[in-house]
Design a protein around this ligand. Structure first.
Ligand code: UDP
Length: 160
């Protein structure tokens, strides 16, 4: 698909990606960001946060009946989270493929969780599972004015 002046015709999507406290504590921030950068995706927003309980509970609202919900929220609030928005063609699905399966031991080598994690409750990274989920999550973590409007000048070398 091609872009004409100022108009996006391809499936330009945004996804919400967060490096969890295990990833930040283990010094994996640069490694994880590098994978999305090198792929060619465009960083639209990023911030360092120690999430409140309310923020974590809202983010994981769909899982509130699960037995691991309490420990999960406590874990997410326990330290630094790097919250990001990445943009590009198919970034929601491809981002999930780059991240790997929820359980790191079931994630293929080459994926972020497959390469960098072992336990499901310490799986290093979050990524939205659908375009609608991404919109919801971006709205929870970011104000509209925190999403940066900028031109990825190398895009002609990433997209045909
Ligand atoms: N999780 C957990 N125990 C489980 C399943 C999930 O601690 O048995 C945590 C894990 O950190 C996971 C998060 O809950 O990433 C959200 O679960 P989901 O099923 O939405 O997986 P994801 O979309 O993150 O792969």
């Amino acid at each position: 698909a091609r872009k004409s002046a100022g108009q996006t015709t391809m499936q330009m999507e945004r996804t919400f990606i967060a490096i969890k406290p295990d990833g930040t504590n283990r010094g994996l921030i640069g490694e994880i960001i590098a994978r999305f950068e090198k792929k060619g995706y465009k960083l639209v927003a990023m911030k360092a946060v120690k999430p409140s309980k309310e923020l974590a509970e809202t983010h994981y609202d769909a899982l509130k009946e699960k037995p691991f919900f309490g420990p999960l929220v406590e874990f997410i609030c326990s330290g630094l989270v790097i919250a990001m928005v990445w943009e590009g063609t198919g970034v929601v699905k491809t981002g999930r493929q780059m991240i790997g399966a929820t359980n790191p031991l079931e994630s293929a080598p080459g994926t972020i969780r497959g390469d960098l994690g072992i336990d499901v409750g310490r799986n290093v990274i979050h990524g939205s599972d659908a375009v609608e989920t991404a919109e919801r999550e971006i709205g929870i973590w970011f104000k509209p004015e925190e999403l940066v409007d900028w031109d990825q000048t190398v895009k002609q070398w990433i997209y045909e």
